[in-house]
Design a binder for this molecule. Structure first.
Ligand code: 5AD
Ligand code: SF4
Length: 443
């Protein structure tokens, strides 16, 4: 039992990792550790890493290097690294050899073993590298320390069987495994009892929820059941795959009360050839049909996406197809990325890798086109009143609060006491590409 000790967690990457960090915090607090925001005060520092693009890795190595000084000043400090990057051989080898000040390396599949491994390090003062190559058994139920009192993530599945040719996720997160619906519903009920009003269901591919389970049950069925829960106000989910996003799910969302009208559907490219090479399982036309279907059933919505430029073999013509689909779909927002080679994935071995300066130019062009569309879509909201869940102080101005609309738009407005955690109506006065500014008209 560790008494009077502090932990500090730094998280890289996606929501899945953010939620894992809440579980890491949960396990550490059960061991008697308390949280600190000051690196210098920590007895245990944990980096929860991401490996989706090379940049993510570079950031982690920068941070690991900078921790050397702290370890020198305090040899009892425990430095642990976990997360997706630790499921890849090269970075683990590098840490083993070059970063001797790291005490613990743990993978994504054995995260639940963290307390055991920390105890061993505390008792024997030894270095532990413990990474399981594969997942074993069910998704463990772990305690969790939430950052928010009224918002929560809920894991519904882990892993991914899609094998998009550019993506490292299936190799670091394992095969798709769904959590039984009874466990999910029980967890959500408990959260609601504790005051949570908004949940985000998490999985790398939520649309294939329960397909690996025995029951005749699917994602839309889960949404329908969760929509019935009294006290819960909003349901979100991520990430969706356009190939598996079916009409049943869209209709369920249209008919439900709590499901938010925000659709994040990563398109990745507008070129059929690139989509085929990426192993995405849909064409540009099929994707656009899906958007039409959403617009038909849920006319007031927002649609966002992820796009990669510079996938191996991408020609100017392919890139023009991406610009074309962006103009046709009129996304509210897009996360845009330059293709990053991940070793072990099929795309890394492809010929026709694209020069960095070509990727830069395409990314810039794509962002220019999308930002204009985002701005135009947001301007349509000026004068409208949106339902906003107030999250807290805005990052840039302490005199203002920030919250999100049901369509996941960031909304900023003058602060007023007693609003945090409440759903309020905000009239939008001024729109920017990323942010809406307004005033509360009804609490
Ligand atoms: N290079 C660039 N972007 C990638 N993504 C996933 N793998 C890569 C890669 N190798 C992007 C995809 C995905 C998002 C989470 O990250 O667009 O939807
Ligand atoms: Fe999330 Fe993928 Fe990064 Fe892992 S590699 S943290 S699953 S984005």
């Amino acid at each position: 039992m560790s008494v009077d000790k502090n932990y500090y967690i730094k998280t890289y990457g996606c929501q899945m990792n953010e939620h894992d960090s809440e579980k890491i915090a949960g396990m550490l607090e059960e061991m008697g550790y308390s949280s600190t925001d000051e690196l210098e005060e920590a007895d245990l520092i944990f980096l929860n890493t991401c490996t989706i693009r090379e940049n993510a890795e570079l950031k982690v190595f920068g941070k690991v290097g900078s921790l050397k000084r702290l370890k020198r000043e305090n040899p009892d400090l425990i430095i642990g690294i976990g997360g997706c990057m630790m499921q890849v051989e090269e970075p683990v080898e590098k840490i083993k050899e070059k970063f001797q000040h790291v005490d613990l390396v743990i993978g994504t599949h054995n995260l639940h073993k963290l307390p055991e491994l920390i105890n061993e390090i505390e008792e024997n003062d030894e270095r532990i590298i413990s990474v399981w190559e594969q997942e074993k058994g069910l998704i463990p139920d772990l305690p969790s320390v939430r950052k928010s009192d009224f918002q929560a993530w809920v894991t519904i599945m882990q892993g991914c069987d899609n094998y998009c040719s550019y993506c490292i996720v299936p190799y670091v997160r394992g095969h798709e495994r769904s959590r039984p619906k009874d466990k999910v519903i029980k967890e959500v009920k408990k959260l609601v009892k504790d005051g949570v009003v908004e949940i985000t269901l998490l999985g790398q591919n939520v649309n294939s929820y329960a397909q690996d389970l025995e029951e005749d049950y699917d994602f839309a069925d889960l949404l329908t059941e969760l929509d019935q829960l009294d006290g819960l106000k909003r349901i979100r989910y991520m990430t969706s795959h356009p190939r598996d996003f079916n009409e049943k799910t869209i209709k369920t969302i249209a008919e439900s009360e709590k499901l938010c009208e925000h659709f994040h559907l990563p398109i990745q490219s507008g070129s059929d050839e690139m989509l085929y090479e990426m192993n995405r399982g849909y064409t540009k036309e099929e994707y656009l049909k899906l958007i039409d279907l959403i617009n038909k059933h849920v006319p007031y919505n927002s649609i966002t996406t992820d796009i990669i430029v510079g996938f191996p073999g991408e020609t100017d013509k392919d890139f023009q197809e991406t610009l074309d689909v962006v103009r046709k779909a009129r996304f509210d927002m897009a996360f845009t990325f330059k293709y990053s080679k991940r070793s072990g994935t099929p795309a890394a071995k492809k010929e026709g890798q694209i020069e960095e300066d070509v990727k830069d130019k395409r990314l810039q062009k794509l962002m220019d086109v999308q930002n204009k569309i985002s701005m135009e879509e947001n301007e349509k909201l000026e004068g409208k009143t949106l339902e906003v869940l107030v999250e807290g102080e805005s990052k840039t101005n302490p005199e203002t609060f920030m919250g999100r609309s049901r369509t996941n738009k960031l909304v900023i407005f003058p602060r007023k006491p007693g609003l945090i955690g409440k759903v309020v109506k905000v009239k939008i006065n001024n729109a920017k590409s990323w942010t809406l500014y307004g005033e509360v008209v009804k609490t």
